[in-house]
Design a protein around this ligand. Structure first.
Ligand SMILES: NC(=O)c1ccc[n+]([C@@H]2O[C@H](COP(=O)([O-])OP(=O)(O)OC[C@H]3O[C@@H](n4cnc5c(N)ncnc54)[C@H](O)[C@@H]3O)[C@@H](O)[C@H]2O)c1
Ligand SMILES: [Zn+2]
Length: 405
Protein backbone atom coordinates (compact mmCIF):
# COMPACT_ATOMS: atom_id res chain seq x y z
CA UNK A 1 0.00 0.00 0.00
CA UNK A 2 1.40 3.40 -0.90
CA UNK A 3 0.42 7.03 -1.19
CA UNK A 4 0.86 9.33 -4.18
CA UNK A 5 0.46 13.04 -3.45
CA UNK A 6 0.77 16.12 -5.64
CA UNK A 7 -0.40 19.75 -5.39
CA UNK A 8 -4.14 20.24 -5.84
CA UNK A 9 -3.54 22.61 -8.78
CA UNK A 10 -0.64 23.04 -11.14
CA UNK A 11 -0.60 25.94 -13.60
CA UNK A 12 1.96 25.62 -16.36
CA UNK A 13 3.03 27.30 -19.57
CA UNK A 14 4.03 30.86 -20.39
CA UNK A 15 1.97 33.41 -18.48
CA UNK A 16 0.96 30.90 -15.78
CA UNK A 17 2.11 33.38 -13.13
CA UNK A 18 -1.09 35.33 -13.76
CA UNK A 19 -3.04 32.55 -12.03
CA UNK A 20 -2.08 34.15 -8.72
CA UNK A 21 -5.17 36.26 -9.38
CA UNK A 22 -7.31 33.21 -8.69
CA UNK A 23 -6.12 32.67 -5.10
CA UNK A 24 -8.76 33.44 -2.51
CA UNK A 25 -7.73 34.97 0.79
CA UNK A 26 -7.12 38.13 2.80
CA UNK A 27 -3.38 38.31 3.34
CA UNK A 28 -0.47 36.88 1.39
CA UNK A 29 3.20 36.88 2.29
CA UNK A 30 5.61 36.53 -0.63
CA UNK A 31 8.87 34.78 0.26
CA UNK A 32 11.69 35.48 -2.15
CA UNK A 33 15.48 35.29 -2.47
CA UNK A 34 18.23 37.70 -3.22
CA UNK A 35 17.02 39.82 -6.11
CA UNK A 36 16.75 37.83 -9.36
CA UNK A 37 12.94 37.81 -9.20
CA UNK A 38 12.83 41.56 -8.64
CA UNK A 39 15.31 42.21 -11.49
CA UNK A 40 13.16 40.14 -13.83
CA UNK A 41 10.02 42.02 -12.73
CA UNK A 42 8.40 38.78 -11.55
CA UNK A 43 8.17 39.79 -7.90
CA UNK A 44 6.35 43.02 -8.80
CA UNK A 45 3.99 41.11 -11.08
CA UNK A 46 3.28 38.51 -8.39
CA UNK A 47 2.49 41.26 -5.90
CA UNK A 48 0.20 43.03 -8.36
CA UNK A 49 -1.73 39.83 -9.18
CA UNK A 50 -2.26 39.07 -5.49
CA UNK A 51 -3.43 42.61 -4.85
CA UNK A 52 -5.79 42.25 -7.79
CA UNK A 53 -7.14 39.19 -6.00
CA UNK A 54 -7.99 41.52 -3.11
CA UNK A 55 -5.19 40.52 -0.77
CA UNK A 56 -2.96 42.58 1.46
CA UNK A 57 0.60 41.65 0.50
CA UNK A 58 3.79 41.56 2.54
CA UNK A 59 7.19 40.67 1.10
CA UNK A 60 9.83 38.71 2.99
CA UNK A 61 12.99 38.99 0.92
CA UNK A 62 16.64 38.12 1.11
CA UNK A 63 16.37 34.36 1.62
CA UNK A 64 19.87 33.09 0.92
CA UNK A 65 20.94 30.11 -1.19
CA UNK A 66 20.92 26.93 0.89
CA UNK A 67 18.79 28.60 3.56
CA UNK A 68 19.73 28.37 7.22
CA UNK A 69 17.72 27.42 10.29
CA UNK A 70 18.06 31.06 11.42
CA UNK A 71 16.41 32.38 8.26
CA UNK A 72 13.54 29.95 8.74
CA UNK A 73 12.98 31.13 12.30
CA UNK A 74 13.15 34.80 11.26
CA UNK A 75 10.62 34.31 8.46
CA UNK A 76 8.25 32.42 10.75
CA UNK A 77 8.33 35.32 13.20
CA UNK A 78 7.37 37.77 10.44
CA UNK A 79 4.51 35.43 9.51
CA UNK A 80 3.34 35.32 13.14
CA UNK A 81 3.13 39.11 13.18
CA UNK A 82 1.48 39.49 9.77
CA UNK A 83 -0.90 36.50 9.92
CA UNK A 84 -1.11 35.51 6.23
CA UNK A 85 -3.60 32.96 4.94
CA UNK A 86 -1.47 32.43 1.83
CA UNK A 87 2.27 31.83 1.73
CA UNK A 88 3.53 32.45 -1.80
CA UNK A 89 7.14 31.41 -2.39
CA UNK A 90 8.80 32.51 -5.60
CA UNK A 91 12.30 31.75 -6.86
CA UNK A 92 14.70 28.83 -6.80
CA UNK A 93 14.67 25.86 -4.48
CA UNK A 94 16.16 27.90 -1.67
CA UNK A 95 13.42 30.48 -1.01
CA UNK A 96 10.67 27.91 -1.62
CA UNK A 97 12.25 25.39 0.77
CA UNK A 98 12.79 28.06 3.41
CA UNK A 99 9.17 29.18 3.09
CA UNK A 100 7.96 25.58 3.56
CA UNK A 101 9.85 25.32 6.84
CA UNK A 102 8.62 28.79 7.92
CA UNK A 103 5.10 27.54 7.22
CA UNK A 104 5.52 24.68 9.73
CA UNK A 105 6.89 27.03 12.38
CA UNK A 106 4.14 29.58 11.67
CA UNK A 107 1.42 26.97 12.17
CA UNK A 108 3.15 25.37 15.17
CA UNK A 109 5.32 27.99 16.93
CA UNK A 110 6.40 25.44 19.53
CA UNK A 111 7.83 23.13 16.83
CA UNK A 112 11.65 23.08 16.92
CA UNK A 113 13.93 22.46 13.93
CA UNK A 114 14.67 19.00 15.34
CA UNK A 115 10.91 18.27 15.44
CA UNK A 116 10.61 19.31 11.78
CA UNK A 117 13.32 16.88 10.74
CA UNK A 118 11.40 13.82 11.95
CA UNK A 119 10.59 12.13 8.65
CA UNK A 120 6.84 12.14 7.96
CA UNK A 121 6.29 13.58 11.42
CA UNK A 122 4.86 17.04 10.61
CA UNK A 123 1.50 17.79 12.25
CA UNK A 124 -1.48 18.78 10.11
CA UNK A 125 -0.90 22.12 8.37
CA UNK A 126 -3.37 24.49 6.65
CA UNK A 127 -4.98 25.62 9.90
CA UNK A 128 -3.57 29.10 9.25
CA UNK A 129 -2.36 29.25 5.66
CA UNK A 130 -2.19 27.57 2.28
CA UNK A 131 0.96 27.44 0.20
CA UNK A 132 1.68 28.41 -3.41
CA UNK A 133 5.12 27.74 -4.93
CA UNK A 134 6.45 29.35 -8.08
CA UNK A 135 9.76 27.97 -9.33
CA UNK A 136 12.34 30.01 -11.20
CA UNK A 137 14.99 27.31 -11.58
CA UNK A 138 14.62 24.04 -13.45
CA UNK A 139 15.81 21.41 -11.02
CA UNK A 140 14.63 21.03 -7.46
CA UNK A 141 10.93 20.81 -8.36
CA UNK A 142 10.23 21.83 -4.80
CA UNK A 143 7.03 23.43 -6.13
CA UNK A 144 5.53 19.93 -6.23
CA UNK A 145 7.51 18.01 -3.62
CA UNK A 146 7.05 16.95 -0.03
CA UNK A 147 10.58 18.09 0.81
CA UNK A 148 12.45 21.09 2.09
CA UNK A 149 16.21 21.20 2.56
CA UNK A 150 17.50 23.41 5.35
CA UNK A 151 21.15 23.78 6.34
CA UNK A 152 22.34 23.73 9.93
CA UNK A 153 25.56 25.70 9.48
CA UNK A 154 26.70 24.99 13.04
CA UNK A 155 26.99 21.34 11.99
CA UNK A 156 27.73 21.92 8.29
CA UNK A 157 24.88 19.56 7.41
CA UNK A 158 21.84 19.83 5.15
CA UNK A 159 18.72 18.33 6.66
CA UNK A 160 15.78 17.21 4.54
CA UNK A 161 12.36 17.88 5.99
CA UNK A 162 10.03 15.31 4.45
CA UNK A 163 6.26 15.11 4.75
CA UNK A 164 3.31 15.28 2.35
CA UNK A 165 1.93 18.00 4.64
CA UNK A 166 4.42 20.42 3.02
CA UNK A 167 3.52 19.50 -0.55
CA UNK A 168 2.30 22.88 -1.85
CA UNK A 169 -1.41 23.43 -2.53
CA UNK A 170 -0.74 25.29 -5.76
CA UNK A 171 2.30 25.06 -8.04
CA UNK A 172 3.01 27.54 -10.82
CA UNK A 173 5.46 26.32 -13.45
CA UNK A 174 5.91 29.29 -15.76
CA UNK A 175 8.93 28.88 -18.07
CA UNK A 176 9.36 32.64 -18.46
CA UNK A 177 10.82 32.75 -14.96
CA UNK A 178 13.52 30.24 -15.87
CA UNK A 179 14.64 32.05 -19.02
CA UNK A 180 16.84 34.46 -17.07
CA UNK A 181 18.89 31.68 -15.44
CA UNK A 182 22.64 32.02 -15.96
CA UNK A 183 24.23 29.05 -17.77
CA UNK A 184 25.85 27.59 -14.69
CA UNK A 185 22.54 27.47 -12.87
CA UNK A 186 20.99 25.74 -15.89
CA UNK A 187 23.72 23.10 -15.72
CA UNK A 188 23.47 22.45 -12.00
CA UNK A 189 19.73 22.44 -11.69
CA UNK A 190 19.39 20.30 -14.81
CA UNK A 191 21.73 17.63 -13.47
CA UNK A 192 19.82 17.78 -10.19
CA UNK A 193 16.65 17.05 -12.15
CA UNK A 194 18.04 14.04 -14.03
CA UNK A 195 19.40 12.70 -10.73
CA UNK A 196 15.90 13.00 -9.23
CA UNK A 197 14.39 11.05 -12.11
CA UNK A 198 17.03 8.30 -12.13
CA UNK A 199 17.09 7.88 -8.35
CA UNK A 200 13.28 7.78 -8.22
CA UNK A 201 13.15 5.15 -10.96
CA UNK A 202 15.51 2.75 -9.17
CA UNK A 203 14.28 3.59 -5.65
CA UNK A 204 12.84 0.76 -3.59
CA UNK A 205 9.70 2.92 -3.31
CA UNK A 206 9.18 3.07 -7.07
CA UNK A 207 5.70 2.65 -8.48
CA UNK A 208 3.96 2.61 -11.85
CA UNK A 209 2.71 6.15 -11.12
CA UNK A 210 6.17 7.54 -10.46
CA UNK A 211 7.92 5.41 -13.11
CA UNK A 212 6.02 6.97 -15.99
CA UNK A 213 6.86 10.48 -14.81
CA UNK A 214 10.52 9.63 -14.20
CA UNK A 215 11.06 8.03 -17.59
CA UNK A 216 9.44 10.87 -19.51
CA UNK A 217 11.46 13.38 -17.49
CA UNK A 218 14.68 11.53 -18.39
CA UNK A 219 13.77 11.54 -22.10
CA UNK A 220 13.03 15.27 -22.04
CA UNK A 221 16.17 16.13 -20.07
CA UNK A 222 18.33 14.04 -22.41
CA UNK A 223 16.89 15.91 -25.39
CA UNK A 224 16.95 19.41 -23.91
CA UNK A 225 19.41 20.04 -21.08
CA UNK A 226 22.58 20.63 -23.07
CA UNK A 227 20.63 22.70 -25.62
CA UNK A 228 19.17 24.77 -22.79
CA UNK A 229 22.67 25.27 -21.41
CA UNK A 230 23.68 26.58 -24.83
CA UNK A 231 20.92 29.21 -24.64
CA UNK A 232 18.22 27.46 -26.71
CA UNK A 233 15.14 29.01 -25.07
CA UNK A 234 12.69 26.49 -26.47
CA UNK A 235 14.73 23.73 -24.84
CA UNK A 236 14.88 25.77 -21.63
CA UNK A 237 11.09 26.02 -21.54
CA UNK A 238 10.78 22.24 -21.95
CA UNK A 239 13.33 21.71 -19.15
CA UNK A 240 11.06 23.63 -16.79
CA UNK A 241 8.33 21.03 -17.29
CA UNK A 242 10.79 18.12 -17.35
CA UNK A 243 12.25 18.94 -13.94
CA UNK A 244 8.73 19.22 -12.55
CA UNK A 245 7.82 15.75 -13.85
CA UNK A 246 10.98 14.42 -12.20
CA UNK A 247 9.89 16.13 -9.00
CA UNK A 248 6.46 14.53 -9.08
CA UNK A 249 8.22 11.18 -9.42
CA UNK A 250 10.74 11.57 -6.62
CA UNK A 251 8.38 13.26 -4.20
CA UNK A 252 6.48 9.98 -4.17
CA UNK A 253 9.13 7.38 -5.03
CA UNK A 254 11.86 9.07 -2.95
CA UNK A 255 15.56 9.28 -3.76
CA UNK A 256 18.81 7.46 -3.03
CA UNK A 257 22.38 7.86 -1.87
CA UNK A 258 23.47 10.34 -4.54
CA UNK A 259 21.35 12.78 -2.59
CA UNK A 260 22.50 11.43 0.78
CA UNK A 261 26.10 12.19 -0.19
CA UNK A 262 25.22 15.56 -1.77
CA UNK A 263 23.42 16.61 1.41
CA UNK A 264 26.34 15.64 3.59
CA UNK A 265 29.12 17.11 1.44
CA UNK A 266 27.36 20.34 0.40
CA UNK A 267 28.38 22.50 3.35
CA UNK A 268 31.03 20.41 5.11
CA UNK A 269 33.93 21.97 3.18
CA UNK A 270 32.55 25.51 3.33
CA UNK A 271 35.53 26.53 5.49
CA UNK A 272 37.77 25.61 2.52
CA UNK A 273 35.80 27.93 0.24
CA UNK A 274 34.09 24.92 -1.27
CA UNK A 275 30.41 25.12 -1.06
CA UNK A 276 29.61 22.12 -3.24
CA UNK A 277 26.51 23.20 -5.14
CA UNK A 278 23.73 20.64 -4.86
CA UNK A 279 23.32 19.93 -8.57
CA UNK A 280 27.07 19.76 -9.17
CA UNK A 281 27.46 17.31 -6.29
CA UNK A 282 24.74 15.11 -7.77
CA UNK A 283 26.30 15.31 -11.22
CA UNK A 284 29.66 14.14 -9.87
CA UNK A 285 28.30 11.35 -7.66
CA UNK A 286 25.54 9.93 -9.90
CA UNK A 287 27.79 7.85 -12.21
CA UNK A 288 29.59 6.39 -9.16
CA UNK A 289 26.37 5.47 -7.40
CA UNK A 290 24.95 3.86 -10.55
CA UNK A 291 28.01 1.57 -10.68
CA UNK A 292 27.60 0.76 -6.98
CA UNK A 293 23.84 0.15 -7.13
CA UNK A 294 24.10 -1.93 -10.30
CA UNK A 295 25.48 -4.78 -8.18
CA UNK A 296 21.87 -5.15 -7.11
CA UNK A 297 20.12 -7.17 -9.86
CA UNK A 298 16.81 -5.30 -9.73
CA UNK A 299 18.52 -1.92 -9.87
CA UNK A 300 20.73 -3.08 -12.75
CA UNK A 301 17.64 -4.09 -14.76
CA UNK A 302 16.05 -0.73 -14.06
CA UNK A 303 19.16 1.17 -15.19
CA UNK A 304 18.99 -1.00 -18.32
CA UNK A 305 15.44 0.19 -18.96
CA UNK A 306 16.55 3.81 -18.56
CA UNK A 307 19.38 3.22 -21.04
CA UNK A 308 16.89 1.71 -23.48
CA UNK A 309 14.56 4.69 -23.26
CA UNK A 310 17.60 6.89 -23.88
CA UNK A 311 18.51 4.75 -26.94
CA UNK A 312 22.04 4.20 -25.68
CA UNK A 313 22.45 0.69 -27.17
CA UNK A 314 24.09 -2.24 -25.37
CA UNK A 315 23.21 -5.92 -25.68
CA UNK A 316 22.85 -6.75 -21.98
CA UNK A 317 22.24 -4.92 -18.74
CA UNK A 318 25.93 -4.73 -17.81
CA UNK A 319 26.71 -3.00 -21.09
CA UNK A 320 23.69 -0.73 -20.73
CA UNK A 321 24.81 0.38 -17.26
CA UNK A 322 28.26 1.21 -18.61
CA UNK A 323 26.77 3.17 -21.50
CA UNK A 324 24.51 5.09 -19.13
CA UNK A 325 27.49 6.01 -16.94
CA UNK A 326 29.45 7.09 -20.00
CA UNK A 327 26.56 9.20 -21.26
CA UNK A 328 26.12 10.99 -17.94
CA UNK A 329 29.84 11.74 -17.70
CA UNK A 330 29.70 13.22 -21.20
CA UNK A 331 26.81 15.42 -20.04
CA UNK A 332 29.02 16.68 -17.20
CA UNK A 333 31.72 17.51 -19.76
CA UNK A 334 29.23 19.31 -21.99
CA UNK A 335 27.98 21.29 -19.00
CA UNK A 336 31.45 22.12 -17.65
CA UNK A 337 30.96 20.20 -14.40
CA UNK A 338 33.93 18.30 -12.91
CA UNK A 339 33.87 14.54 -12.31
CA UNK A 340 35.08 14.58 -8.75
CA UNK A 341 35.46 16.69 -5.60
CA UNK A 342 39.24 16.91 -6.01
CA UNK A 343 38.74 18.78 -9.28
CA UNK A 344 35.91 20.98 -7.99
CA UNK A 345 37.15 24.53 -8.35
CA UNK A 346 36.00 28.12 -8.42
CA UNK A 347 32.49 28.61 -9.79
CA UNK A 348 32.22 24.81 -9.72
CA UNK A 349 34.31 24.55 -12.89
CA UNK A 350 36.74 21.64 -13.30
CA UNK A 351 40.30 22.40 -12.27
CA UNK A 352 43.46 20.43 -11.45
CA UNK A 353 43.60 21.76 -7.92
CA UNK A 354 40.16 22.10 -6.42
CA UNK A 355 39.06 23.67 -3.16
CA UNK A 356 39.18 20.58 -1.00
CA UNK A 357 42.71 19.42 -0.08
CA UNK A 358 43.27 15.67 0.21
CA UNK A 359 44.20 15.75 3.90
CA UNK A 360 41.06 17.69 4.83
CA UNK A 361 38.95 15.27 2.83
CA UNK A 362 40.53 12.24 4.50
CA UNK A 363 40.12 13.76 7.94
CA UNK A 364 36.39 14.27 7.41
CA UNK A 365 35.61 11.15 5.35
CA UNK A 366 34.54 8.98 8.26
CA UNK A 367 31.97 11.46 9.57
CA UNK A 368 30.64 12.35 6.14
CA UNK A 369 30.07 8.65 5.42
CA UNK A 370 28.37 8.08 8.76
CA UNK A 371 26.11 11.12 8.22
CA UNK A 372 25.31 10.10 4.63
CA UNK A 373 24.20 6.65 5.81
CA UNK A 374 21.85 8.33 8.29
CA UNK A 375 20.42 10.69 5.65
CA UNK A 376 16.69 10.32 4.99
CA UNK A 377 17.39 9.46 1.32
CA UNK A 378 19.46 6.35 2.12
CA UNK A 379 16.50 4.18 3.14
CA UNK A 380 15.04 3.98 -0.37
CA UNK A 381 18.36 3.38 -2.15
CA UNK A 382 18.35 -0.05 -3.84
CA UNK A 383 21.59 -1.13 -2.14
CA UNK A 384 22.33 -0.33 1.50
CA UNK A 385 25.98 0.68 1.93
CA UNK A 386 28.01 -0.23 5.02
CA UNK A 387 30.24 2.42 6.61
CA UNK A 388 33.23 0.93 4.79
CA UNK A 389 31.43 0.89 1.43
CA UNK A 390 30.22 4.46 1.87
CA UNK A 391 33.79 5.57 2.60
CA UNK A 392 35.04 3.76 -0.51
CA UNK A 393 32.27 5.33 -2.56
CA UNK A 394 33.26 8.76 -1.25
CA UNK A 395 36.85 8.02 -2.28
CA UNK A 396 35.61 7.30 -5.80
CA UNK A 397 33.74 10.62 -5.74
CA UNK A 398 36.79 12.47 -4.42
CA UNK A 399 39.45 10.97 -6.72
CA UNK A 400 37.24 9.97 -9.69
CA UNK A 401 37.97 6.25 -9.32
CA UNK A 402 36.00 3.41 -10.90
CA UNK A 403 33.57 1.68 -8.54
CA UNK A 404 34.37 -2.05 -8.48
CA UNK A 405 32.78 -3.17 -5.24
N1 LIG B 1 12.88 20.60 -1.79
C1 LIG B 1 13.36 19.74 -2.63
O1 LIG B 1 12.70 18.78 -3.00
C2 LIG B 1 14.76 19.95 -3.13
C3 LIG B 1 15.28 19.12 -4.11
C4 LIG B 1 16.58 19.35 -4.55
C5 LIG B 1 17.32 20.40 -4.02
N2 LIG B 1 16.80 21.19 -3.04
C6 LIG B 1 17.54 22.32 -2.43
O2 LIG B 1 17.29 23.50 -3.20
C7 LIG B 1 18.41 24.38 -3.10
C8 LIG B 1 18.93 24.76 -4.46
O3 LIG B 1 17.93 25.38 -5.19
P1 LIG B 1 18.19 25.92 -6.68
O4 LIG B 1 19.14 25.02 -7.35
O5 LIG B 1 16.87 26.13 -7.29
O6 LIG B 1 18.96 27.30 -6.47
P2 LIG B 1 18.75 28.53 -5.46
O7 LIG B 1 17.34 28.73 -5.12
O8 LIG B 1 19.70 28.34 -4.33
O9 LIG B 1 19.22 29.74 -6.36
C9 LIG B 1 20.57 29.85 -6.78
C10 LIG B 1 20.85 31.28 -7.29
O10 LIG B 1 20.17 31.49 -8.51
C11 LIG B 1 19.43 32.71 -8.49
N3 LIG B 1 18.25 32.53 -9.37
C12 LIG B 1 17.17 31.76 -9.12
N4 LIG B 1 16.33 31.78 -10.18
C13 LIG B 1 16.90 32.58 -11.12
C14 LIG B 1 16.52 33.00 -12.42
N5 LIG B 1 15.41 32.56 -13.01
N6 LIG B 1 17.35 33.85 -13.08
C15 LIG B 1 18.50 34.27 -12.53
N7 LIG B 1 18.92 33.91 -11.30
C16 LIG B 1 18.13 33.06 -10.59
C17 LIG B 1 19.13 32.93 -7.03
O11 LIG B 1 18.90 34.27 -6.76
C18 LIG B 1 20.38 32.40 -6.37
O12 LIG B 1 21.38 33.35 -6.33
C19 LIG B 1 19.45 23.64 -2.29
O13 LIG B 1 19.38 24.06 -0.93
C20 LIG B 1 19.03 22.18 -2.41
O14 LIG B 1 19.50 21.40 -1.34
C21 LIG B 1 15.52 20.98 -2.62
ZN1 LIG C 1 18.18 17.28 -5.66
Amino acid sequence: MARFTLPRDLYHGKGALENLKTLKGKKAIICVGGGSMKRGGFLQRAQAYLEEAGMEVKIFEGIESDPSVETVMKGAEVMQEFGPDWIVAIGGGSPIDAAKAMWIKYEYPECTFEDMCKVFGIPELRKKAHFCAISSTSGTATEVTAFSIITDYSKGIKYPIADFEITPDVAIVDPELAETMPKKLVAHTGMDAITHAIEAYVSTANSAYADSLAIHAIELIQANLVKSYNEDMEARDIMHDAQCLAGMAFSNALLGIVHSMAHKTGAVFADQGAHIIHGAANAMYLPKVIAFNAKDETAKKRYGVIADYMHLGGSNDDEKVQLLIKYLRKMNDDLNIPHCIKNYGADSFPTENGFVPEDIYKERRHDIAANAILDACTGSNPRQPSQEEMEKLLDCCYYDLDVDF
